[in-house]
Design a protein around this ligand. Sequence first.
Ligand SMILES: NC(=O)c1ccc[n+]([C@@H]2O[C@H](COP(=O)([O-])OP(=O)(O)OC[C@H]3O[C@@H](n4cnc5c(N)ncnc54)[C@H](OP(=O)(O)O)[C@@H]3O)[C@@H](O)[C@H]2O)c1
Length: 268
Amino acid sequence: MSDPDFVHRYGPWAVIAGASHGVGAAFAHLLAARGLNCVLVARRGEPLAELKAQLEREYAVEVLTVIQDLARHDACEQLVAAVGTRQVGLFVYNAGGDPYITRFIATSADDWERLLCLNSLTVMRCSHAFGGAMLERGRGGLLLVGSQAALGGVRKLAMYSATKGFALNLGESLWAEWKDHGVDVLNVLIGTVDTPTMREAMVKLNIPDALSMVLPQAEELALWALQNLAKGPTLIHPQDTLGDPPGQARREHVLATSAQAAVFIGND
Ligand SMILES: NC(=O)c1ccc[n+]([C@@H]2O[C@H](COP(=O)([O-])OP(=O)(O)OC[C@H]3O[C@@H](n4cnc5c(N)ncnc54)[C@H](OP(=O)(O)O)[C@@H]3O)[C@@H](O)[C@H]2O)c1
């Protein structure tokens, strides 16, 4: 159901980077249902075209598809050019699963560099480009889909946890800088969610009941994230579904750390 207040705050366009399936596609449906026009980004054109047709048919919004590898060094530049003059009020960065899941040395440094670009460089550049425009307008939102692996090192997930940690710290710092300027920033740290990528990885890794294991659903997770978009800087799923208000511990931590640091680096 269209939501004029939501469109005023986060519209008229949302960019969903990594939109073709799972959590990203769920965000696209929910945002289009609220009345936001959507820019859908992924590498494969066919699922994007199918989703575009579905969103246009079901919600009567405008949809632009951008076929773009977000692991390229120039990905943000290309995306900004494709978006053109459309006013982006919400930027959702969802791409970023680890396609390797190996010990650090078992994957080449070049491949790890691609994950570094996907989960860090492109996130930084897009936050700067789209977030900067939102700050000028004094409204908008930045939603970074992350992982609980961001909270510390994990065997076989060295670069995944490192790059997700980068995005977490970036997002929390931006929340502290932007919270009084009308731009919401939210990191959503997922434990596990049912996505095609996750199921394929579990099958490849010979996990017992890889296809039948019950996992949290992408639609529920995306809905919960949008309902709590203003409860930044960080929500941890599923723990924070029980917290009231959600995200309080990280919020207090970032506020306290920022206040302590201000003594040495200033309060501007
Ligand atoms: N699934 C889980 O259990 C789980 C757990 C913790 C955190 N997360 C996080 O949740 C998010 C979504 O998970 P997922 O498993 O669906 O992740 P994913 O494999 O990264 O896929 C998500 C979307 O991103 C696109 N994408 C992936 N790599 C891309 C690239 N290089 N360039 C452009 N688009 C790209 C995919 O489409 P294309 O393949 O067509 O490009 C797809 O639409 C990720 O950030 C992940 O880290 C997931």
